[in-house]
Design a protein around this ligand. Structure first.
Ligand code: CO8
Length: 258
């Protein structure tokens, strides 16, 4: 198994768990961490024994942003030629669902990483924000785009221009967060949600994720057409027969893992 320095990687039955682990800097996202997270995700995505993935942080911070120490001395040309945060875009190529389990601070790149996951479960003590403006910069890992799509222009402008944070309750009301749970129950809740997903017909799970993501990219007519084709494709899987036959026979379905 690969050796990681900035993350912890575990398996809990059919769930892959990635824990961001740079406690001295509130899980600040550096280049090494981006490479390790993406490498771990790729291995889980290819592994038939894994059906869903959880990315978690620590109680104090999911991640307090990109590593300011690492970034501070960079020039425009450094960023342009090294494109140090491009690795995060590989999250988009993971076909299995990824849940962000957010407690404490999810700021800047941390909020952006959470938004790149498929949905967010937040602890009641979570804080979300894009405070880059306070550092003289702006969001750079998709925050201006994903936050705007998620919560709308008014609130996205407010957060990105003032740098203020949202509480978990505010983030839930705005549609950024799917669920809020007590901090002590966060990891268990996220693992249970992932475990539920991992028990379903995997090809259908991938198709469902693709269908919802399509809604972020295209207009309604195109999106509905795309969904129709994906729906039809689900009927080419063993799991569709199993799911429906089990329902009709009044028994629990047993889905294969591929
Ligand atoms: N980078 C590096 N170190 C950090 C970061 C960070 N983002 N956040 C916290 N730390 C460090 C602190 O420096 C401190 O280190 P030390 O103990 O050595 O002094 C340690 O973590 C603990 O932090 P605090 O003492 O500040 O703890 P508090 O509880 O007082 O405050 C906060 C916690 C509110 C989270 C505070 O640390 C903070 O405001 N952090 C910075 C948040 C921020 O501005 N994030 C945005 C970063 S920019 C970004 O994400 C841009 C992404 C796009 C880049 C694309 C480039 C191409």
């Amino acid at each position: 198994a690969p050796r990681y320095e900035t993350i912890l990687v575990e398996r809990r039955e059919r769930v892959g768990l990635i824990t961001l682990n740079r406690p001295k800097s509130m899980n600040a996202l550096n280049v090494q961490m981006s490479q390790e997270v993406v490498a771990a995700l790729r291995l889980f995505d290819k592994d038939d024994n894994i059906g869903a993935i959880v990315i978690a942080g620590s109680p104090r911070a999911f991640a307090a942003g990109a590593d300011i120490e690492e970034m501070a001395g960079k020039s425009f040309v450094d960023l342009q030629s090294d494109d140090i945060f491009a690795a995060w875009e590989d999250l988009q190529r993971v076909g299995k669902p990824i849940i962000a389990a957010v407690s404490g601070y999810a700021l800047g790149g941390g909020c952006e990483l959470a938004m790149m996951c498929d949905f967010i479960i937040a602890a009641d003590d979570a804080h979300f924000g894009q405070p880059e403006i306070k550092l003289g910069i702006l969001p750079g890992i998709g925050g201006s785009q994903r936050l705007t799509r998620s919560v709308g222009k008014a609130l996205a402008m407010d957060l990105i221009l003032t740098g203020r944070n949202l509480t978990a309750v505010e983030a839930k009301a705005a549609g950024l967060v799917a669920r809020i749970v007590p901090a002590t129950e966060l990891l268990q809740t996220a693992l249970e949600a992932a475990h539920t997903i991992a028990g379903y017909n995997m090809p259908a799970v991938r198709l469902a994720k693709e269908a919802v993501n399509r809604a972020q990219e295209v207009g309604l007519t195109e999106g509905v057409l795309h969904e129709r084709r994906l729906f039809q494709a689900a009927f080419a899987t063993d799991g569709q027969k199993e799911g429906m036959n089990a329902f009709l026979a009044k028994r629990a379905p047993v889905f294969r893992h591929r």
